[in-house]
Design a protein around this ligand. Structure first.
Ligand SMILES: Cc1cc2nc3c(=O)[nH]c(=O)nc-3n(C[C@H](O)[C@H](O)[C@H](O)COP(=O)(O)OP(=O)(O)OC[C@H]3O[C@@H](n4cnc5c(N)ncnc54)[C@H](O)[C@@H]3O)c2cc1C
Length: 382
């Protein structure tokens, strides 16, 4: 049996982000993966803010000065900025950068899958991998959608999770009509979801789609692979020369976006990143929020005892909950009336900073008077 001050489960952006910021503690980080960062599940598109805030410039594959919102009726809204705003990252490279930073502070073991979690009265006593039993004063669940610790501590939340299922191809040899990041919305493309074309070079792009599945199964069942092929062969998409044998990689997985965990700590366990639903259903963005939640907790633990850190982290999560609730609100309206929901989204995206985006959404959707929304949104829109 090995004992640490802190054990982190998960070597994704959240786990590594935490490990890179925690100081003066005996920390173990473990992951079930053989090769860290692989297989890739994420499109890894992010805003400039993430690169600056987390010094991830070296992981950038491609940058663009703008993006477009394209609806299934062909309507297109273009957003251009003087400087690059959106970037496609090399996901394994990003993990490598974060890993190099983390290993200065922590021990990292992989592959090591947590198979058993031993709890007593809501406190984690130990975790077990195939070969070992580990004890710690504090455990961090950074295991993404697996939520391997959380599911023992808060089963109702775990069961309530809402998931987005995504699939994308990284394709080479394309004729790209634009350098912008394209986001597509509309039920004719994919019901309860969205699709995208993110350039990763002059002739390469990630082309994918995500299906938001509220509750069990969502309203409409969709075969993601079929939907992706339909999307790629549709007129609406902005690429030429797609051939199946030009698919270099297939990425995919689950994104968690149910309301963030209200109380993200349970006695001696804190939950960060996707495991606590720190991701936005608006744009499928999760890397930035995972890194932020991880850093917030590490900084709180560096300067305070566990109970004070709990208050700080709780406060951070409460603020983020307000932020994500607006995403849920958008989703709600999008479901009720996709066209109006999309209009509001377009308007909100007019400023790419999503803090502003959410502020606008909140003001659009204030109160419950849906007819007022229908009346006001189009007037001051496009
Ligand atoms: C299709 C798709 C597209 C996306 N596109 C974007 C995008 O363009 N931009 C963006 O910002 N975000 C995107 N995201 C979301 C983003 O990838 C996630 O928010 C982010 O990876 C979450 O980081 P995390 O560290 O919390 O979890 P994860 O990245 O999921 O890492 C969790 C780690 O825990 C490990 N683990 C799980 N269970 C165990 C266990 N039992 N024992 C040991 N280890 C375990 C896993 O192996 C994994 O390495 C996308 C997600 C999907 C699915």
């Amino acid at each position: 049996m090995v004992k640490y001050d802190i054990i982190v489960v998960g070597v994704g952006p959240a786990g590594l982000g935490f490990a890179g910021h925690i100081l003066n503690k005996n920390v173990l980080v473990i992951d079930r993966k053989d090769e860290l960062g692989l297989p890739i599940k994420s499109s890894a598109a992010t805003f400039t803010e993430t690169l600056i805030d987390f010094e991830l410039g070296d992981a950038v594959r491609h940058s663009s000065n703008g993006f477009r919102i394209i609806l299934d009726n062909g309507f297109t809204k273009e957003f251009h900025y003087e400087k690059p705003v959106l970037h496609s990252l090399d996901f394994p490279r990003m993990i490598q950068i974060l890993y190099e930073r983390a290993k200065k502070n922590c021990e990292i073991i992989h592959p090591a899958s947590v198979e058993h979690v031993n709890t007593k009265d809501g406190t984690i006593e130990s975790i077990e991998t195939e070969d070992n039993i580990f004890k710690a004063d504090l455990f961090i669940d950074a295991s993404g959608e697996a939520r391997i610790l959380l599911k023992h501590l808060d089963p109702p939340y775990y069961q309530k999770q809402w998931l987005a299922h995504g699939l994308e191809y990284e394709v080479t040899g394309l004729g790209l009509n634009t350098d912008y990041f394209d986001f597509f919305f509309g039920n004719n493309i994919i019901p309860e979801g969205y699709s995208w074309v993110f350039p990763t070079g002059n002739t390469t792009a990630r082309i994918g789609l995500g299906k938001l599945v509220p509750g069990k199964g969502g309203q409409k069942k969709v075969n993601l692979k079929d939907a992706l092929h339909d999307f790629i062969s549709s007129d609406i998409i902005s690429v030429n020369n797609f051939h199946e044998n030009n698919i270099m990689e297939t990425h995919g997985g689950v994104m968690t976006y149910y309301k963030p965990l209200k109380n993200p700590s349970f006695n001696n366990c804190f939950v960060i990143g996707d495991a606590s639903s720190q991701s936005s259903c608006l744009l499928g963005e999760g890397i930035r929020f995972s890194l932020k939640s991880a850093r917030e907790l590490a900084i709180a633990l560096n300067s305070h005892d566990m109970e004070t850190a709990r208050i700080y982290y709780q406060d951070y999560i409460s603020n983020m909950t307000r932020h994500f609730n607006n995403c849920m609100l958008f989703l709600h309206f999008y479901k009720l009336a996709p066209d109006w929901g999309i209009h509001a989204l377009i308007k909100a995206l007019a400023d790419y900073d999503d803090t502003n985006m959410l502020r606008i959404l909140r003001s659009e959707f204030k109160g419950t008077d849906f007819s007022r929304l229908l009346y006001t949104v189009p007037k001051n829109l496009i």
